[in-house]
Write a protein that binds this ligand. Structure first.
Ligand code: ADP
Length: 257
């Protein structure tokens, strides 16, 4: 597999390498679409480690991660879940949006995040010592607005943490060009639009324009969809359903591209 493309914004690569060397769990904080998943894919590739990603949601339970008995013909057999597999094989497990998961997930990973580095499988009544190469990585969206799930301080303090934010304009334009082969000038215009909308805090958007949305717009433009329409559907529409704000944002973008 080719190295995934990742453009660093700071010292995150160095920090991750040292966290890995010291077997410290790692927490990526930041809004959606800021390159957290891409960063982990890149790091796993750099370190030549297998990566298992779990997109956590409100139904994700410790059973989903640890494993369960399943019925096979006349027998019931135990199936390791992805966390147990990663612990045994020495893979990197990435629990994306860990705060969304059920509270028993946090309880289950506790003993993996301290000096014990072990997983208790309650259904089997056994404890599994983590392979020396095992690493736990989680992401969390702190949410600048209310309504997002919080991560308890006692949990957060078990991780080395790094913040992800929207990249500097120059870096973000470079990402767009690299990801989509779009023209440099158009990339700059897209980044200007994003910067403008990100600064419109008075709109009270729950989440603002992410790099992911810009990449989507750039892809549509590169494949031949008119620029303004691409920005409307890839950048503006996903942000809000409020008709007045939609119209205002579309007008603003039309002036900028
Ligand atoms: P997150 O996990 O934070 O929600 P992703 O890693 O899925 O975000 O990023 C969304 C998209 O944005 C990626 O697929 C990639 O195209 C682009 N992207 C964002 N940041 C970077 C970066 N620093 N380097 C390369 N691509 C990036």
């Amino acid at each position: 597999m080719n190295t995934p493309y990742y453009k660093p914004s700071g010292k995150e690569i160095q920090v991750f390498e040292h966290a890995y060397k010291n077997k410290l769990p790692f927490l990526l904080k930041g809004p959606t679409g800021t390159g957290k998943s891409r960063f982990i894919e890149f790091m796993a590739h750099q370190l030549d480690k297998k990566l298992m990603t779990i997109a956590c949601h409100e139904e994700t339970s410790s059973t989903d991660l640890i494993g369960r008995y399943i019925i096979k013909g006349a027998e019931t057999v135990w199936m390791d879940g992805p966390l147990t597999k990663a612990v045994k094989e020495g893979a990197i497990i990435y629990l994306d949006e860990i705060a969304e998961a059920r509270p028993d997930v946090i309880v289950a990973v506790h003993s993996l995040t301290d000096h014990r580095r072990e997983l208790f499988i309650d259904k089997l009544g056994i404890t599994v010592k983590a392979h020396p190469n095992f690493m736990l990585v989680a992401s969390f969206n702190p949410g600048y607005q209310r309504g997002f799930k919080e991560l308890k301080p006692s949990t957060r303090q078990r991780f080395v943490a790094i913040s992800f934010a929207y990249p500097e304009p120059k870096i973000e334009a470079e990402i767009l060009v690299n990801e989509t082969n779009i023209d440099k000038d158009v990339a700059k215009k897209l980044v200007n639009i994003a910067t403008k909308i990100r600064n419109l805090t008075e709109l009270g958007l729950t989440e603002t324009v992410s790099t992911r949305l810009l990449v989507d717009a750039a892809k549509l433009i590169h494949s031949g969809l008119p620029k303004r329409l691409s920005v409307h559907v890839a950048v503006v529409e996903p942000l809000t359903d409020d008709l007045e704000i939609l119209t205002a944002l579309k007008d603003l973008c039309d002036l900028m591209i």
